[in-house]
Design a protein around this ligand. Structure first.
Ligand code: DC
Length: 225
């Protein structure tokens, strides 16, 4: 049977991971959260007390970093491993969120993680979400989806998720962080978030998760024919 790669790119906090996970489960494919890999590198940088703005210092410590995924037996989801340590929870903190876009701007970091991601998708059968998956990582992906929603809708959803997890943060802080990340992700020199003509646009500001899934699954089935 034909196997394809599906690239899902788009703005922060618009549910790319949720959709990618659903598609991967339905198709029996591997889901890979590329943002988690940038977050894991960022966590290493912060723990090592390296300034995320110091590109040379960050590039220098890359050989010390090993990023991988492991299936969590409790949740059935894949968690990110940083040098063998499960850091899935720690990479979701606001501290990491505040620095990750800076780290993701560094070309050496991108080259390092893109090479890993390309290896993971070499045999097809991967759904990967991120910012540059359809443009840089898998330019030949058979299906490319660009997801977005208004900043307010995304910040509200993200805030509710964080609050439910017990995080002490405000909607305003979440919105400000998200807008800043959008700006850095879209304006950086190396592999900025861009929607090229071969993407299908999915704006989920006003549609349900089920509707979104139905639309995307339709595209996937078409790409599989
Ligand atoms: O998807 P996320 O919010 O977990 O991503 C965290 C950051 O990593 C985001 O600010 C942009 C960066 N990123 C990237 O530059 N390229 C990717 N393929 C994935 C994430």
């Amino acid at each position: 049977m034909k196997r394809i790669n599906i690239a899902i790119d788009g703005h922060s906090s618009c549910g790319k991971g949720t959709l990618a996970r659903q598609l991967a489960a339905a198709l029996g494919y591997k889901f890979i959260d590329s943002g988690a890999m940038y977050r894991a590198v960022t966590l290493f940088v912060l723990r090592a007390n390296i300034n995320p703005l110091d590109a040379n210092a960050v590039a220098e410590i890359l050989p010390q970093i090993h990023v991988d995924f492991v299936v969590n037996a409790e949740t059935g989801r894949s968690d990110v491993l940083l040098n063998g340590e499960n850091v899935e929870k720690e990479i979701r903190t606001l501290a990491v969120a505040a620095s990750v876009s800076q780290v993701a701007k560094i070309s050496e970091v991108r080259r390092f993680l893109v090479a890993l991601q390309q290896k993971m998708g070499a045999d097809k059968g991967v759904v990967m979400d991120g910012r540059d998956i359809g443009t840089v990582v898998f330019p030949d992906a058979e299906l490319k989806i660009f997801m977005t929603a208004t900043p307010e809708v995304r910040a509200r959803r993200r805030f509710e998720e964080l609050a439910a997890g017990g995080a002490d943060t405000s909607y305003e802080d979440v919105l400000a962080n998200l807008k800043q990340r959008d700006l850095i992700d879209s304006s950086r020199a190396d592999s900025p978030l861009t929607m090229t003509g071969d993407y299908k646009l999915l704006d989920n500001s006003n549609i349900s998760r089920d509707e979104q899934y139905a639309i995307a699954m339709g595209w996937a089935q078409h790409a599989l024919q």
